[in-house]
Write a protein that binds this ligand. Structure first.
Ligand SMILES: [Mg+2]
Length: 322
């Protein structure tokens, strides 16, 4: 007699399409992955916990999308191509309506990005979603955090801050027009991993990271790992379209420190400007040059007049730091 959790597991068991790379998917003790010759396996894990990363009444279909999207965003930031992912799920009860909806959101994105579910586990416990993604990237072509050099341009994809604005709407701390609310909540709940851009930036970008905790904090990781500093112009930041309805201080704060954007922040030598723009065009994503890497350490954010910006700069720490 199968347990209810065996039944749940069936929601996440579907035939693995043979990609040549995934040799064996769900159904054995381990999945088998054979990365293409001369490629490194890129591996990343992200965990989403109810109450910390999402609210208890979160829409399960969006949650399925986001849980995979945030992991794919890490592959994008490395310039890696997705191969497969595993899913570990703790659930307080076997709610089949919730599961069907979660699986729909998860597999819709998996199909779009052509990544296979290759294994996982389900158990009873507080709602927790843990996904591990596997990707591949040609040896020595991964976009790492430690490759930024003085005088490199700093770029970001898409726009910033709308997801942070969406969080305020969700927490009922801000009222916006219906259309701006819809945009902000879409950005918060349905991030788009920039996989095509990551692939197109191989051999072009010197360093990259995805913006999960806020531009300042995540760019800070590149600066630290590369032992360099940077100057960023607040007035050239690509402000999200819904965020543009707010005052300038809020625009700057959310664009610089708001989390959950899942855009790419990357560096490239000025000689690569045309290649960056070509890569962005081929990926169908807007990119904006927001500053330069410097030899002097530290991060300076300047306003339109070239004066240092005075901001409460704190990285986004989900719901624990209101
Ligand atoms: Mg990341």
């Amino acid at each position: 007699m199968p347990s209810e959790f065996d039944l749940i597991a069936r929601y996440f068991t579907r035939p693995t399409r043979s990609t040549g790379v995934v040799q064996l998917g769900v159904g054995d003790d381990c999945a088998l992955i054979a990365p293409p010759a001369n490629e490194s396996l890129a591996v990343s894990t992200d965990m989403l916990v109810e109450g910390r990363h999402f609210l208890p009444d979160a829409d399960p279909e969006s949650l399925g999308h986001k849980a995979l999207a945030v992991n794919l965003s890490d592959l994008a930031a490395m310039g890696a191509r997705p191969l497969g992912f595993s899913l570990a799920l703790a659930l307080p009860s076997a709610d089949e309506t919730w599961l069907a909806s979660f699986a729909r959101g998860l597999f819709a994105l998996a199909d779009t990005e052509q990544i296979e579910l290759i294994g996982g586990d389900t158990t009873r416990g507080p709602l927790t979603i843990c996904i591990t993604v596997f990707g591949s990237v040609p040896i020595d072509q991964a976009l790492r955090r430690d490759g930024a050099r003085a005088n490199d341009d700093i770029w970001v994809s898409g726009s910033l801050g709308d997801a942070r604005l969406g969080l305020d709407i969700l927490m009922r701390q801000r009222k916006l027009s219906a259309s701006d609310s819809a945009i902000a909540l879409q950005r918060l709940h349905r991030p788009s991993p920039r996989l095509s851009l990551g692939l197109a930036l191989r051999g072009v970008a010197s360093a990259a990271i995805d913006i999960s905790d806020g531009l300042i904090g995540d760019l800070g990781h590149i600066l630290q790992r590369s032992s360099v500093g940077a100057t960023v112009g607040a007035d050239v930041l690509p402000i999200g379209s819904a965020l543009r309805s707010q005052d300038q201080q809020t625009q700057y704060e959310f664009a610089l420190t708001g989390g959950d954007d899942y855009e790419l922040c990357f560096c490239a030598p000025p000689s690569q400007r045309d290649s960056v723009l070509t890569a962005a065009q081929s990926a169908g994503v807007l990119v904006t040059c927001i500053g330069q890497i410097s030899e002097a350490s530290g991060l300076r954010v300047l306003d339109g007049a070239g004066k240092p910006l005075n901001l409460r700069l704190r990285s986004f720490d989900h719901f624990s730091n209101p």
